[in-house]
Design a protein around this ligand. Sequence first.
Ligand code: PMP
Length: 407
Amino acid sequence: VSPLDIERVRADFPLLSRTVHGKPLIYFDNANTAQKPVSVIEAVDRHYREHNANVARAVHQLGEEATSAYESARDAIARFIHAPSRDEVILTSGTTQSINLVAYSYALPKLKAGDAILTTVMEHHANIVPWQLVAERTGATVKAAPIDANGELILEKYVEMLTPEVKLACVTHVSNVLGTVNPVREIARECRRRGIPLLVDGSQAVPHRPVDVQALGCDFYAITGHKMLGPTGTGALWAKREHLMAMPPFFGGGEMIREVRFEGTVFADPPHRFEAGTPNIAGFAGIPAAIGYLEGIGFDRLHATEQDLLAYALDALETVPGMRIFGRAKEREPVISFLIEGAHANDMATLLDLQGVAVRSGHHCAHPLMHFFGVPATLRASLAFYNTKAEVDGFIEAIAKVRKLLV
Ligand code: PMP
């Protein structure tokens, strides 16, 4: 594949050219949220300037245009993740809502005392806490499959833990802390063999790699729009139709019913059954542009660019005295967690910010993973295709400066 024209790409992202504390911004917090290309910003702006109305409830022209924008986002997402049908794509506010929808509409009615939900030690809290809440209400338990010192899931253990009590298995496709890519296909195969449905948290996968939910063979796939160049407050849950048809709604309200009587209400079919109330229409108006941008670059080129940048950044970080890098997975996305001996993660991040470098510090909504590594917090540099080696160099220089102050 031909290399990315990085200057042209960066010109598409207005925010990347700003300064922070008088320094050129180095934005390495992409796993937290990605910056937006002009095409996405303009799509949202155009929606409010020209098409703003509520969806699916007005016959007037604007109502139809808003509905069409919203439904186009569903089409774009269905295509993007190779869902067999657009009706299997529920639009949500993000992965957190997507997973909670499965927790309350799928798991809560099904689980009983003695049942179990399997997740892993490397999950984001969004793929742990909803299961704990449901477990508390049903008497079920939450089990966590272990990882090894490299930050890779121990697949044999995960499979071993798929015992008959397990009524739902969960795993993240890509770790938001370590960048580890999990073997979702193999996990899904083992789950299918045992008749256990599998939920995959795809938040950190869709910005980096092509996803085909049918090829993966899972039952539920949750994504967030804002990490894949889209507006905040957008996301989706893909679920197999057989599950959606059997799931009662989680939220009740307008736009999710067929007929309401006080004697009883008949719910709409999926996906609308799960989309009560006015959604983030303007946000979804930006989703086809976000997906279009990623596809315009092409995942082959994007992957090659990011992997090259990741290798460069890892090599550069290795040269920093006192460096401890967490996670050494063979297959990984460009997310690097690290600590420098003698320097607190938050102090480092605060001082790096003064150098124009945006990284995240803290537990990254992954307490169990921090616990596994025996640290309260790490620094996390998460890269995107629009970052450059020059930025990595600037980052390393900033670390050297900050390290002198702290160590
Ligand atoms: N899962 C993972 C792996 C994540 O990285 C995140 C976002 N940090 C979430 C879930 C939650 O996504 P959101 O905040 O968009 O709902």
